[in-house]
Design a protein around this ligand. Structure first.
Ligand code: PRP
Length: 214
């Protein structure tokens, strides 16, 4: 069994992690796209990767099922970060979290009048804190994807979602009215693992730091 386990999500984070993993000597032996394996050996002896859903990465690391993980700041904010050491912003999978509304919707006016807004998002905690801090009254509706659809079919007045190129918003005639935070992927570490396996994990963190360019 490998000594150190790193949790990663398939998709954009994985693709953007691959060059970093290669520079850190942690390339998977099998092609993760071709193989259906969820546990992948790496080129470095004693280090393996596990593939999990993006939202589950913090949970695997929090409970020590993975020693390290790569997780988006969006999901870390939503998770709360308890039980996680977050030593490094890897600077990959960059985008931003924003509030968006239909092009014709007077968001500022609605907020000024103290209207109660319906907001669809998968980032319930983050959205709740954001609107509470601004004193905006909201009813939050949890969705798991395709948030941009919600205002188009009358499910919500606004959405909180990730925006990268802005193409999805434009294609659905939505516009950004507020930015919550810039997003990128961070290296997260289980603090107990770091204590117990410091000799293996501290150099890995340094490898990631060098591979990420700082
Ligand atoms: C993300 C996000 C937006 C889109 C933004 O979705 O939720 O829908 O990308 O990118 P853009 O600004 O470049 O158009 P993703 O494709 O990751 O799927 P998901 O909604 O299932 O997470």
């Amino acid at each position: 069994m490998a000594d150190v386990t790193i949790a990663l999500a398939k998709g954009r984070i994985f693709e953007e992690s691959l060059p970093l993993l290669a520079r850190a000597g942690l390339e998977p032996v099998d092609d993760p796209e071709a193989s259906r394996k969820l546990i992948l050996a790496t080129r470095r002896a004693g280090v393996r990767l596990i593939l999990v859903r993006a939202a589950d990465v913090p949970t695997y690391v929090q409970y020590g099922a993975a020693d390290l993980g790569v997780a988006g700041r969006d999901l870390l904010a939503e998770h709360g970060g308890q039980g996680l050491y977050q030593p490094l912003d890897l600077g990959i999978a960059r985008c931003r979290m924003a509030v968006a509304v239909p092009e014709g919707f007077d968001y500022a006016g609605a907020v000024r009048q103290g209207a109660r807004l319906r907001v669809a998002t998968k980032y319930i905690q983050t959205a709740r804190e954001h609107f509470a801090a601004k004193g905006v009254h909201v009813d939050l509706i949890r969705l798991y994807g395709s948030m941009e659809l919600a205002p188009l079919v009358g499910l919500a007045d606004a959405i909180v979602d990730l925006v990268d190129t802005g193409n999805t918003l434009r294609a659905n005639k939505l516009r950004v009215v507020e930015e919550l935070m810039p997003i990128s992927s961070h290296l997260i570490v289980n603090p107990a693992s770091l204590k117990l396996k410091r000799d293996a994990i501290a150099p890995l963190i340094e490898s990631f730091r060098e591979a990420a360019g700082g």
